[in-house]
Design a protein around this ligand. Structure first.
Ligand code: PMV
Length: 339
């Protein structure tokens, strides 16, 4: 039976230095999955049932600074400049991840994170948060981990975090080993797509009611549709890769939207049903479909929250922005936007 601690010890064997640098900092971009990760084959190590593919948002993510606090039993965590109570779920998840690396129980960490996307609203704040934290730990202790190793370590904090160590298109290869050694992300070797735009449509930025961990578990255990999900991904993944290789936007959007809809259908058929869409989500989805009927190629994807991410090309940005006044448009391949 593999525990997170055993995976960490194995991976960092002979590498974890006792003396930390005074402090270290790292940035990780957030990522939006177009082929979703939904369902774990191992809930402890966050090993997925299927592979998934995402695009990074290079200008949106987490900047994390970390230092050791010797003789301090508790971590001191600040988020966007404000201290976070140790009892808050954000602090508890971070401290649980830090426990895997703590030299002893008398050492706390000072962690200061700035995240420029809403936290815990299904906009992938945990992905960039855990990736930046893991990356910063690597720098603090001078482990010299490769990106694939960091991807494995970040996955232990949050599955989707393993995709947040690169810009551009990334595939998380699900792997099949019990210790998850072969379950990490890799950048996809496809040419950049400078015309691609991602629109963040924030419809409700309050904390989500049900975390992705519980929602995934309930879906796997109770949804009669979930048995088809791996086949759905097996069909969608090669199509999406083909769309990326040929820069076929309609195919990309069609596959991504259908994949997100299928994930939510699985959740809706869970017992009790899981519904992340509010009235504003459904209205926005209808507007996207209406725009398409009117000849504007725009598609949506949706994660474990009510907000949508829209996919479109630069030439249609004005029409999409007109339909969604509050849309925050990100250029995933614009070098100047890379943090
Ligand atoms: O990494 P988690 O446990 O927050 O799960 C993320 C799941 C989705 O965002 C819904 C899909 C994905 O692949 O990012």
């Amino acid at each position: 039976m593999w525990t997170k601690r055993r995976v960490v010890q194995d991976l960092l064997q002979g590498r974890a230095l006792q003396t930390a640098r005074p402090d270290a900092e790292a940035f990780a971009p957030t990522n939006i999955a177009l082929i979703k990760y939904w369902g774990k084959r191992d809930g402890v190590l966050n090993l997925p049932v299927t592979s998934s593919v995402s695009i990074a948002l290079p200008s949106r993510g987490a900047w994390t600074r970390i230092r050791e606090l010797p003789g301090c039993a508790q971590d001191e965590i600040t988020l966007n400049g404000s201290p976070v109570e140790a009892t808050a779920s954000f602090a508890q998840r971070l401290s649980a991840h830090l426990d895997l690396f703590r030299p002893n129980k008398h050492t706390g960490y000072g962690v200061s994170t700035t995240i420029n996307i809403p936290v815990a609203a299904g906009v992938a704040s945990s992905a960039c948060g855990f990736a930046a934290l893991t990356f910063a730990l690597d720098r603090l202790y001078g482990w010299g981990c490769s990106k694939s190793e960091l991807s494995i370590l970040a996955r232990l904090g949050s599955g989707s975090a393993c995709r947040s160590l690169w810009n551009g298109w990334v595939e998380w290869q699900c792997g099949d080993q019990a210790d998850g050694r072969d379950s990490f992300a890799v950048p996809l070797a496809v040419r950049p797509w400078p015309e691609l735009r991602i629109g963040l449509l924030l419809l409700n930025t309050g904390e989500k009611s049900l975390g992705s961990r519980e929602a995934m578990q309930r879906t796997v255990e109770t949804s009669p549709l979930f048995s088809d999900w791996p086949q759905q991904v097996e069909r969608d993944l090669p199509q999406l890769k083909h769309a990326l290789a040929t820069q076929d936007f309609t195919l990309l959007g069609t596959v991504a939207e259908a994949n997100a809809d299928a994930m939510h259908a699985c959740m809706r058929s869970a017992r009790p049903a899981i519904e992340y869409s509010g009235a504003s989500t459904q209205a926005a989805q209808a507007t996207v479909r209406r725009l398409r009927q009117a000849g504007v190629p725009v598609f949506y994807t949706q994660d474990a929250g009510p907000n949508l991410k829209l996919l479109f090309l630069a030439e249609h940005a004005a029409e999409v922005q007109e339909a969604f006044a509050s849309l925050d448009i990100v250029h995933p391949f614009k070098q100047e936007e890379f943090a």
